[in-house]
Ligand binder design. Structure first.
Ligand SMILES: [Mg+2]
Length: 223
Protein backbone atom coordinates (compact mmCIF):
# COMPACT_ATOMS: atom_id res chain seq x y z
CA UNK A 1 0.00 0.00 0.00
CA UNK A 2 1.39 3.40 -0.88
CA UNK A 3 1.65 6.00 1.86
CA UNK A 4 -1.10 8.06 0.26
CA UNK A 5 -3.45 5.09 0.08
CA UNK A 6 -2.70 4.23 3.67
CA UNK A 7 -3.72 7.75 4.68
CA UNK A 8 -7.01 7.54 2.80
CA UNK A 9 -7.62 4.03 4.06
CA UNK A 10 -7.16 5.13 7.64
CA UNK A 11 -10.12 7.49 7.57
CA UNK A 12 -12.25 5.48 5.21
CA UNK A 13 -13.66 2.46 6.99
CA UNK A 14 -15.75 0.04 4.95
CA UNK A 15 -19.41 1.01 5.37
CA UNK A 16 -21.87 -1.46 6.86
CA UNK A 17 -23.06 -3.76 4.02
CA UNK A 18 -20.00 -2.89 1.90
CA UNK A 19 -19.23 -0.70 -1.07
CA UNK A 20 -21.18 -0.86 -4.32
CA UNK A 21 -19.14 -0.20 -7.46
CA UNK A 22 -20.98 0.94 -10.57
CA UNK A 23 -19.05 0.86 -13.84
CA UNK A 24 -19.80 2.35 -17.21
CA UNK A 25 -18.82 0.24 -20.25
CA UNK A 26 -17.89 2.33 -23.31
CA UNK A 27 -14.83 4.57 -22.98
CA UNK A 28 -14.48 3.36 -19.39
CA UNK A 29 -13.83 -0.40 -19.51
CA UNK A 30 -13.62 -0.75 -23.27
CA UNK A 31 -12.18 1.65 -25.82
CA UNK A 32 -14.24 1.20 -28.95
CA UNK A 33 -17.74 2.45 -28.76
CA UNK A 34 -19.01 0.53 -31.74
CA UNK A 35 -20.07 -2.90 -30.54
CA UNK A 36 -19.40 -4.67 -33.80
CA UNK A 37 -15.99 -3.05 -34.30
CA UNK A 38 -14.80 -4.31 -30.94
CA UNK A 39 -16.03 -7.84 -31.58
CA UNK A 40 -14.52 -7.87 -35.07
CA UNK A 41 -11.15 -6.76 -33.74
CA UNK A 42 -8.70 -9.39 -32.59
CA UNK A 43 -9.53 -8.61 -29.03
CA UNK A 44 -11.55 -5.93 -27.27
CA UNK A 45 -9.58 -2.82 -26.36
CA UNK A 46 -9.83 -3.09 -22.60
CA UNK A 47 -8.65 -0.23 -20.41
CA UNK A 48 -5.77 -1.76 -18.40
CA UNK A 49 -6.19 0.47 -15.36
CA UNK A 50 -9.92 -0.22 -15.07
CA UNK A 51 -9.29 -3.95 -15.59
CA UNK A 52 -6.90 -3.77 -12.64
CA UNK A 53 -9.51 -1.96 -10.54
CA UNK A 54 -12.09 -4.61 -11.48
CA UNK A 55 -9.68 -7.37 -10.49
CA UNK A 56 -9.15 -5.74 -7.11
CA UNK A 57 -12.89 -5.18 -6.78
CA UNK A 58 -13.70 -8.86 -7.33
CA UNK A 59 -11.11 -9.74 -4.70
CA UNK A 60 -12.53 -7.14 -2.31
CA UNK A 61 -15.97 -8.67 -2.87
CA UNK A 62 -14.57 -11.98 -1.66
CA UNK A 63 -13.58 -10.18 1.55
CA UNK A 64 -17.01 -8.48 1.83
CA UNK A 65 -15.44 -5.02 1.53
CA UNK A 66 -17.44 -4.75 -1.71
CA UNK A 67 -20.98 -6.10 -1.77
CA UNK A 68 -21.87 -5.40 -5.39
CA UNK A 69 -20.23 -4.72 -8.77
CA UNK A 70 -22.64 -3.41 -11.36
CA UNK A 71 -22.40 -2.51 -15.02
CA UNK A 72 -24.68 0.38 -15.91
CA UNK A 73 -24.32 1.20 -19.58
CA UNK A 74 -26.09 3.27 -22.19
CA UNK A 75 -24.93 0.77 -24.75
CA UNK A 76 -28.03 -1.12 -25.91
CA UNK A 77 -26.18 -4.36 -26.61
CA UNK A 78 -26.45 -6.61 -23.57
CA UNK A 79 -24.67 -9.39 -25.45
CA UNK A 80 -21.64 -7.17 -26.05
CA UNK A 81 -21.54 -6.41 -22.33
CA UNK A 82 -21.60 -10.15 -21.57
CA UNK A 83 -18.73 -10.75 -24.02
CA UNK A 84 -16.70 -8.12 -22.19
CA UNK A 85 -17.59 -9.68 -18.85
CA UNK A 86 -16.43 -13.12 -20.00
CA UNK A 87 -13.24 -11.61 -21.42
CA UNK A 88 -12.55 -10.07 -18.02
CA UNK A 89 -13.37 -13.29 -16.19
CA UNK A 90 -10.86 -15.19 -18.31
CA UNK A 91 -8.23 -12.52 -17.65
CA UNK A 92 -8.73 -12.89 -13.91
CA UNK A 93 -8.18 -16.64 -14.36
CA UNK A 94 -10.03 -17.52 -11.23
CA UNK A 95 -13.02 -19.71 -11.82
CA UNK A 96 -14.86 -18.35 -8.87
CA UNK A 97 -14.97 -14.95 -10.59
CA UNK A 98 -16.93 -16.33 -13.52
CA UNK A 99 -19.45 -13.64 -12.80
CA UNK A 100 -17.68 -10.30 -12.67
CA UNK A 101 -20.83 -8.19 -12.51
CA UNK A 102 -23.63 -8.84 -10.07
CA UNK A 103 -25.94 -7.09 -12.50
CA UNK A 104 -25.69 -5.71 -16.03
CA UNK A 105 -28.17 -3.00 -16.98
CA UNK A 106 -28.06 -1.87 -20.60
CA UNK A 107 -29.80 1.10 -22.19
CA UNK A 108 -32.81 -0.92 -23.30
CA UNK A 109 -33.46 -2.50 -19.90
CA UNK A 110 -37.18 -2.12 -19.09
CA UNK A 111 -36.33 -0.18 -15.93
CA UNK A 112 -34.37 2.53 -17.76
CA UNK A 113 -36.31 5.68 -18.34
CA UNK A 114 -37.02 7.64 -20.36
CA UNK A 115 -36.45 5.20 -23.21
CA UNK A 116 -34.10 7.29 -25.34
CA UNK A 117 -30.54 7.17 -26.63
CA UNK A 118 -29.00 8.54 -23.51
CA UNK A 119 -31.08 7.83 -20.42
CA UNK A 120 -29.82 9.35 -17.16
CA UNK A 121 -27.79 7.29 -14.74
CA UNK A 122 -28.99 7.85 -11.22
CA UNK A 123 -29.23 6.22 -7.83
CA UNK A 124 -32.61 4.88 -8.89
CA UNK A 125 -31.00 2.38 -11.29
CA UNK A 126 -28.40 1.38 -8.70
CA UNK A 127 -31.10 0.76 -6.12
CA UNK A 128 -32.98 -1.44 -8.59
CA UNK A 129 -29.87 -3.50 -9.36
CA UNK A 130 -29.04 -3.89 -5.66
CA UNK A 131 -32.55 -5.11 -4.86
CA UNK A 132 -32.50 -7.54 -7.79
CA UNK A 133 -29.16 -8.88 -6.58
CA UNK A 134 -30.25 -9.26 -2.97
CA UNK A 135 -27.85 -6.55 -1.80
CA UNK A 136 -28.82 -4.16 0.98
CA UNK A 137 -29.78 -0.64 -0.08
CA UNK A 138 -29.30 0.83 3.38
CA UNK A 139 -27.35 4.11 3.33
CA UNK A 140 -27.03 3.55 -0.42
CA UNK A 141 -25.81 6.99 -1.55
CA UNK A 142 -22.80 6.84 0.76
CA UNK A 143 -21.86 3.33 -0.36
CA UNK A 144 -21.88 3.84 -4.12
CA UNK A 145 -18.72 4.49 -6.10
CA UNK A 146 -19.52 5.47 -9.68
CA UNK A 147 -16.95 5.11 -12.47
CA UNK A 148 -17.75 6.71 -15.83
CA UNK A 149 -16.01 8.74 -18.53
CA UNK A 150 -18.79 11.32 -18.35
CA UNK A 151 -18.89 13.67 -15.39
CA UNK A 152 -22.47 14.82 -15.82
CA UNK A 153 -24.69 11.89 -14.97
CA UNK A 154 -27.58 12.59 -12.60
CA UNK A 155 -25.98 10.49 -9.87
CA UNK A 156 -23.35 13.24 -9.46
CA UNK A 157 -25.96 15.16 -7.45
CA UNK A 158 -26.80 12.14 -5.31
CA UNK A 159 -23.51 10.70 -4.08
CA UNK A 160 -20.50 12.30 -2.34
CA UNK A 161 -18.29 14.13 -4.82
CA UNK A 162 -15.23 11.94 -4.28
CA UNK A 163 -17.35 8.84 -5.01
CA UNK A 164 -17.79 9.90 -8.64
CA UNK A 165 -14.67 8.86 -10.54
CA UNK A 166 -14.35 10.30 -14.03
CA UNK A 167 -12.23 8.34 -16.51
CA UNK A 168 -9.83 10.94 -17.87
CA UNK A 169 -9.53 11.19 -20.78
CA UNK A 170 -12.38 8.93 -22.00
CA UNK A 171 -10.60 5.69 -22.83
CA UNK A 172 -10.02 4.86 -26.49
CA UNK A 173 -8.12 1.99 -28.11
CA UNK A 174 -4.42 2.60 -27.63
CA UNK A 175 -5.02 5.66 -25.49
CA UNK A 176 -3.73 6.28 -22.00
CA UNK A 177 -5.72 6.70 -18.80
CA UNK A 178 -4.70 9.49 -16.44
CA UNK A 179 -7.56 8.96 -13.99
CA UNK A 180 -6.74 9.41 -10.32
CA UNK A 181 -7.73 6.08 -8.77
CA UNK A 182 -6.12 6.67 -5.35
CA UNK A 183 -9.43 6.97 -3.53
CA UNK A 184 -10.89 3.83 -5.11
CA UNK A 185 -7.69 1.80 -4.71
CA UNK A 186 -7.47 2.78 -1.06
CA UNK A 187 -10.94 1.59 -0.20
CA UNK A 188 -10.32 -1.73 -1.96
CA UNK A 189 -7.13 -2.38 0.03
CA UNK A 190 -7.30 -5.10 2.64
CA UNK A 191 -7.64 -3.48 6.06
CA UNK A 192 -5.07 -4.24 8.69
CA UNK A 193 -6.27 -5.89 11.88
CA UNK A 194 -7.49 -3.47 14.53
CA UNK A 195 -7.09 -0.44 12.31
CA UNK A 196 -10.65 -0.34 11.10
CA UNK A 197 -12.29 -0.39 14.51
CA UNK A 198 -10.06 2.33 15.83
CA UNK A 199 -10.64 4.60 12.84
CA UNK A 200 -14.37 3.90 12.74
CA UNK A 201 -14.58 5.11 16.31
CA UNK A 202 -12.55 8.19 15.47
CA UNK A 203 -14.70 8.93 12.46
CA UNK A 204 -17.93 8.54 14.37
CA UNK A 205 -16.68 11.13 16.83
CA UNK A 206 -16.02 13.54 14.00
CA UNK A 207 -19.18 12.79 12.04
CA UNK A 208 -21.80 11.50 14.48
CA UNK A 209 -24.45 9.35 12.83
CA UNK A 210 -27.70 11.16 12.37
CA UNK A 211 -31.04 9.48 12.55
CA UNK A 212 -33.35 9.27 9.54
CA UNK A 213 -32.98 12.24 7.26
CA UNK A 214 -35.49 13.40 4.73
CA UNK A 215 -34.72 12.67 1.10
CA UNK A 216 -33.88 16.28 0.44
CA UNK A 217 -31.33 16.45 3.24
CA UNK A 218 -29.78 13.20 2.07
CA UNK A 219 -29.15 14.49 -1.41
CA UNK A 220 -27.48 17.57 0.03
CA UNK A 221 -25.15 15.55 2.21
CA UNK A 222 -21.56 15.62 1.12
CA UNK A 223 -18.36 14.55 2.79
MG1 LIG B 1 -19.00 5.85 -21.45
Amino acid sequence: MTEENENISSYLPTPKNGWILVFDLDNTIVGDYSDQRSIDAEEPSLNPSVVEILRKATEARERAIVSGIFLLTNNADYFFAKVIELTLAMKFKKHRYKVVFDYIMARNHPFRSPPDDDPPKSLREVEYMAKESGISTENLANRVIFIDDRATHEIAKEIPKEHYIVITPPFVRGGDDRTDFHFLEALLEPKKGGRQRRTTRKRLQTFPLKRKKSKKQKSNTSR
